[in-house]
Unconditional design. Structure first.
Ligand code: NAD
Length: 493
């Protein structure tokens, strides 16, 4: 196939290049439906090239002192900040989220680079002199080698940056496989990383879909795989990469609960629910998806939400800076979400606001949707929608709400809105889920904490971000040393 280098996205395999591949994936501006770039769908050949480039760079990079590696991160941080608006605009162009949401995407990513700047301190081990007679004990942390990262479309800047800044700062070399739907931001992140002075081969990008993912999970030269995406693919990646002896962390999909007690503060609660359910057009793994209005609060909550939904400006985010909600990623997602709304109605739920109509004529829009009278038997309760659809349930009390919540097979996020410490404490202690909000609509941990999904939302042990990220990207040595003259003296040497 002839390559149009104006629209074809390059790979980074030591150097930037355009691979010879048979297939390309169209990249859209989701607000208009216009094709803006083409992603080369690579395979084992390109993965193998990247592994070779990375392996060549590993020994030198691993022995570069940690403070020198941190210097690259400091320069990278400065470059990301000086290109902040450019990066945010790029995210909006290929993902469709509003410019403010894109700024959040880039900012959360930069916070991981901030964290990685402290790598010299974070990598320090422990020691205990005289752990036994004449023996000193110490631990050290060392990099794994070639690490791979596979990322989804919904946060083109943040999710790749959950992984590679920490991996690289720890002394590893890295291969990123971004979502084929949003390759432009990751490529720009890579260009800036090289501009920051990262040696050739330490960071690489191979584009594609399942073929590249399977090659990364099975290539003998790769030590670890980090994955973020839907649950079925997370399970597949976990199974395949583990079977090939790799260290794996695989974050999956979600079905997050927003639980409102009658004693919640009305105004901040409403604003937080609107942001959680319809921010990023609902395409967030921490999006509020199931709304439980407990006891007497249900009707009032629904009416206030309807009023707020009717005021929300849904429009082309690349042309209208006043747009408050953008499109979903592509036509396939749009049709899937519309299908789930239709199925909810067929199963007996009440469509309070139906986002299948009232959208701009171009692009891939679904308007904010509110569905009431949802029950645990319905597909809207059990299946991730990943779009601007909020499903309401009406438990009678907190015990019933917690029991309902614990039937959700996922375990990413859940929030309680309440002014009662006792309600909050019971919620935090009794729910089966890894990231919990108390009066926080989207309890997504910042870079200093691990992104702690449970159940079907995570496969593995160590999560991305925070100290768990450092532990994931390093392995430990324990050293016992006997260097004491006293020993010689007692032995009569
Ligand atoms: P996805 O699972 O379709 O794709 C994720 C990655 O896997 C992409 O790079 C894609 O190319 C690749 N892929 C897709 N299908 C594959 C297959 N059959 N075999 C191998 N690889 C495959 O996810 P998406 O649609 O890009 O992103 C949305 C999903 O990601 C949602 O389920 C969302 O909840 C989840 N997500 C989870 C988190 C988290 O931290 N838990 C964060 C962000 C997104």
């Amino acid at each position: 196939m002839t390559i149009d280098t104006d629209t074809a996205v390059p790979i980074l395999s030591g150097n930037w290049s355009h691979p010879q591949v048979e297939q390309y994936h169209d990249v859209f501006n989701p607000s208009t439906g216009e094709v803006i770039a083409q992603t080369p769908m690579c395979g084992m050949r390109e993965v193998d090239g990247a592994v070779q480039a990375a392996s060549k760079a590993f020994a030198d990079w691993a022995r570069t002192p940690a403070p020198r590696r941190a210097e690259v991160m400091f320069r990278y941080r400065a470059l990301l900040n000086s290109h902040f608006e450019e990066l945010a605009a790029l995210v909006t162009r290929e993902n469709g989220k509003t410019l403010d949401e894109s700024r959040g995407d880039v900012r959360r990513g930069i916070e991981v680079v901030d964290f990685a700047c402290g790598i010299a301190q974070l990598l320090k081990g422990e020691n205990l002199p005289q752990v036994a007679n004449f023996i000193d004990g110490a631990t050290t942390r060392e990099p794994l080698g070639v690490c791979a990262g596979i990322t989804p479309f919904n946060f083109p800047a943040m999710v790749p940056m959950w992984m590679f800044p920490v991996a690289i700062a720890c002394g590893n070399v890295f291969i990123l496989k971004p979502s084929e739907k949003v390759p432009l931001t990751p490529v720009r992140l890579g260009e800036l990383l090289l501009e920051a002075g990262l040696p050739e081969g330490v960071f690489n990008i191979v584009h594609g879909g399942r073929e590249v993912v399977d090659a990364l999970c099975s290539h003998p030269g790769i030590a670890s795989v980090s994955f973020v995406g839907s649950t079925n693919v997370a399970r597949h990646v976990y199974t395949l990469a583990c079977a090939n002896g790799k260290r794996v962390q695989a974050a999956g999909g979600a079905k997050n609960v927003l639980l409102v007690m009658p004693n919640a503060e009305p105004e901040p609660t409403l604003n937080a629910i609107m942001g959680a359910a319809y921010g990023n057009a609902g395409q967030r793994c921490m999006a509020g998806s199931l709304l439980m209005g407990v006891g007497s609060i249900g009707d009032e909550l629904r009416d206030r939400l309807v009023a707020a939904i009717d005021k929300l400006a849904v429009d082309d985010t690349s042309a209208n800076p006043r747009a408050e909600m953008g499109p979903v990623i592509d036509g396939t997602s749009q049709r899937r979400i519309q299908g789930m709304i239709a199925r909810g109605a067929e199963e007996g739920a009440t469509l309070v606001r139906d986002g299948r109509s009232g959208t701009p004529a171009h692009g891939f829009f679904v308007a904010p949707t509110l569905i009431d009278d949802v029950t645990p038997e319905m597909s809207l309760y059990t299946t991730e929608v990943f779009g601007p659809v909020l499903s309401m349930l009406r438990p009678d009390n907190l015990d019933e709400a917690i029991a309902l919540l614990n039937r959700v097979p996922y375990g990413n996020g859940a929030t309680i809105f309440t002014s009662s410490g006792a309600n909050a404490r019971q919620f935090v202690r009794e729910i089966q889920c890894g990231m919990i909000g108390v009066n926080v609509g989207v309890p997504a941990p910042m870079a200093l904490f691990p992104f702690s999904g449970w159940n079907q939302s995570f496969f593995g042990d160590l999560h991305v971000q925070g100290m768990e990220g450092v532990q994931f990207y390093t392995r430990q040595k324990v050293v016992l040393s006997r260097w004491d003259n006293t020993y010689k003296r007692t032995q009569g040497w």
